[in-house]
Ligand binder design. Structure first.
Ligand code: MG
Length: 220
């Protein structure tokens, strides 16, 4: 999970002490150790990533993994939702297209109206207790996305890579499906890791997913 973070109107409300809400935000990061933070705030135009890390507690500093690029269009067409576009450019440049992401911001005009990843703070109050609850709920929901299982078929065997980094390999897709099912995974969690190279047969992955669907039906 990547969290794109704005500062003004988020880590402090309008007229509040700078970084007043930072301890509350850091507490959430400690609750969810799989989140990586990318800074999308305009502060990135004045400070380097290294300098901005210094604003955060020492244990949280390594969680700040980058800043979004700054788009400065000198002539039309100007991007309509600049921050959203900067986020998209960051995602593509890092090859993070399959990773779920959220953006914490107080300016809805920087994002498309229907952007499901935007968590919108009130500019005056910023990341208060209520917003912390909203973010916490969204992160709990998103755990489902992080249960992604990547399946690969190589030389008559199918191997699956779990979100924990653990790898399971078997030549029998049905046995592998049973193992995954036992751990609570379902067919929708399994993604074909060879989708970019369809020339390679993926028959075992198809069987794996079919067996997982059947196991779920039987257990209902
Ligand atoms: Mg802001």
């Amino acid at each position: 999970m990547i969290l794109f973070l704005d500062f003004d109107g988020v880590l402090h409300g309008l007229g509040q002490q700078v970084f007043e809400h930072l301890p509350r935000f850091e507490a959430i990061l400690r609750e969810f150790p799989h989140i990586e933070v990318v800074i999308s705030s305009s502060w990135r135009e004045k400070f380097s990533l290294e300098e901005m890390r210094e604003f955060f507690s020492e244990d949280v500093q390594p969680r700040l993994v980058g800043t979004t690029p700054v788009i400065t269009a000198k002539w039309p067409p100007y991007p309509r939702h600049v921050r959203h576009q900067e986020i998209q450019e960051f995602i593509v440049s890092r090859g993070f297209e399959t990773r779920p992401w959220l953006a914490l911001d107080d300016d809805m005009t920087l994002f498309p109206a229907d952007c499901p990843s935007l968590i919108l703070c009130e500019p005056v109050t910023g990341f208060d207790d209520e917003m912390a609850d909203v973010l916490r709920a969204r992160l709990n929901d998103s755990m489902g996305l992080d249960r992604r299982v990547m399946a690969y078929q190589v030389a008559g065997e199918v191997s699956v890579l779990l979100h924990t980094g653990e790898m399971l390999i078997d030549s029998d897709p049905e046995a592998l499906a049973a193992m995954l099912f036992e751990r609570g995974f379902r067919s929708c969690d399994v993604h074909n890791g060879q989708e970019r190279n369809r020339a390679q047969g993926a028959g075992l992955i198809v069987s794996l997913k079919r067996t997982l669907r059947q196991l779920a039906e039987v257990s209902e």
